[in-house]
Design a protein around this ligand. Sequence first.
Ligand code: GDP
Ligand code: IMO
Ligand code: MG
Length: 421
Amino acid sequence: MVDVLLGLQWGDEGKGKIVDYFARNYDIIARFQGGPNAGHTLYVQDKKIVLHQIPSGIFHEGIINLIGNGVVLDPVILRKECDTVATFGVDVRKNLFISERTHLILPTHRALDKAAELSKGDGKIGSTLKGISPAYMDKTGRNGLRVGDLLHKSFISNYIKLRLKHQKLLDNYNFSDDISAWEEEFFDALEFLKTLNIVSGEYFINDALNRGKKVLAEGAQGSMLDIDFGTFPFVTSSSTISAGVCNGLGVAPQKIREVIGISKAYCTRVGSGPFPTELEGETGENLRKTGNEFGATTGRPRRCGWIDLVALQFACMINGVTSIVMTKADVLDAFEELSICIAYNTDGEDENKVPFQMTRNKIIPNYKTFKGWMKDSSVFKYKNELPVEMNEYIDFINRHLGVPVHYISNGPGRDQIINIS
Ligand code: GDP
Ligand code: IMO
Ligand code: MG
């Protein structure tokens, strides 16, 4: 069976750490969407590593990691990641597999991303500029090049055709950056990519499932960044929700068992777009400092705010979440008072549904306040150590969402996690 682990907010919920923690229970860890816009942080041998495209099970010997067809892959970034994991003794030729249907991010996709963002001015999305949206546009526009195409001699001529098409678009944007160095790196990286395990991902995973192997599908980004259900247009360009697992890996819906949702004990967002519970003053600054909330991919400061149960309930609904892991609970340790958003107030009315357009009407969060626990929770190891106030905070969330919080993560370290189920 396939279990799914994904973010319930606007990304950076701590998915990487939690996948790494659960990985030992699975045979295969598979990425099903997104690309190097993701930054998943893990600690291995007390060293911090940020993975962008390689699944977060890579440091476990004997576990297979699969980059699924739903991902868009930048070969240059992949090669750098492979070099990084190799310094920890990981042999990617043994435990990393890539679907031949995975679309490639070309240098011109990165250029187009930059040109499109610049042209949007104040309305910019805040993209990571990794070429994600142009690569998915070429996929749905039926132009893109796939990993499997690399192995055929028509690749170069198809590349040149697409590059010419992209050049016309870049000219329209008056974009004149010289990308020849990117192209050189890209072609070098393609030679490296050809030496990796390129497989038919859908047969690979279904054969494994038929042999009774267990798969964990690792989400990137978060549910509120989903192309359909997120805060459009301030979203990413893929299906970040559990439905994305089926078309991003080629597994049937009835194979999916648990859907583990990851949420911070508060909330963050990086990039533009609506964020009803954002705290712009001192409290937000404190959350950013204590939580070290700076983007793992771009280094940008993350916007911080209180946990939002309207958005979380929505995310639980569209994903079919069966249990929650609440991360970064320790970040709230020194807050005397905590707030939980239980409704959106628009035009004097309380609403408990996520609206079609969050930006159309001003949303004032309706908060319920809680007493902070004011204890160093990062040292706790067992459920019975949790302070009363922390239990009250979690119980309220459990009851409100109707989905149980099964684990609390209380620090970035590999073993800083408490089973409270
Ligand atoms: P991802 O994109 O969902 O994998 O999350 P990121 O790696 O982008 O961001 C999560 C950040 O929080 C990383 O720096 C993690 O090391 C850190 N982190 C994860 N869990 C915890 C936790 O429980 N407490 C604290 N203090 N930090 C955590
Ligand atoms: P992980 O997997 C947080 C955000 C960007 C931007 C919007 C579109 O680490 O949680 P894109 O580069 O996809 O065109 O950017 O989505 N974004 C993320 N925010 N975590 C991520 O990934 C993100 N990936 C994209 O900041 O607002
Ligand atoms: Mg991240």
